[in-house]
Write a protein that binds this ligand. Structure first.
Ligand code: HEM
Length: 168
């Protein structure tokens, strides 16, 4: 696979329309997953009624001050992406299927949208295959990585197997 593709990211910044929509009050609200597969869309007016005002966010432009970078965000690694919902920089898309639908629609049209993001008119089979591809990026060592993050002193061993742990 090589270094260039191993992270399944292009290391670039792009305008998909998510940030533009949020800055222009066009966000559809927030998709909240109540249980696996059960998603409710919370209306933006409801969110605004109890949220702090959102600070302005124009993406990479805040660092470069180059107008071409407005509402551009870094492409994240897609490794283990099926385990890291919600998606996009603002967490506005709840599931991999919602992300695939988003790209199928061509993201959100705006003056700076990356020209590679456009309506795809994918078939159901193609969308299903894309979600399966995203699922396939889940590594076989995730449990060990999670165990190591939770208990770094145990070196990624399952609970109870750390040196010094004794059976009673
Ligand atoms: C059908 C094709 C595509 C699929 C299935 C796909 C998949 C994804 C997924 C799953 C995420 C969310 C990652 C996360 O939040 O952890 C993502 C984010 C992103 N993708 Fe794509 N992608 C596609 C096409 C593209 C293209 C063509 C570009 C650039 C021209 C692009 C640029 C980005 C960027 C910049 C983000 C981050 C957006 C943000 O944080 O707001 N993607 N993509």
């Amino acid at each position: 696979m090589g270094e260039r593709y191993a992270l399944f990211a292009d290391f670039g910044f792009h305008n998909t329309g998510v940030g533009w929509a949020r800055s222009h009050g066009r966000e559809p609200g927030l998709a909240v997953e109540l249980a696996a597969g059960t998603v409710v869309q919370v209306d933006q007016r409801q969110l605004d009624s109890f949220s702090e005002p959102q600070p302005s966010d124009v993406g990479r432009y805040e660092i470069t001050l180059d107008p071409a970078d407005r509402w551009s965000y870094k492409t994240p690694s897609l490794r283990n992406v099926a385990l890291t919902a919600p998606y996009m920089h603002d967490g506005s898309l709840p599931t991999p299927a919602a992300v695939v639908d988003f790209y199928d629609r061509g993201g959100i049209d705006n003056p700076g949208r990356d020209e590679r993001i456009r309506s795809l008119n994918l078939s159901v089979a193609e969308k299903t295959a894309l979600v399966a591809f995203l699922d396939s990026l889940t590594g076989s060592d995730v449990q060990r990585l999670v165990a190591r993050a939770r208990a770094p002193w145990a070196g990624g061993e399952p609970a109870g197997a750390a040196s010094g742990a004794q059976e009673s």
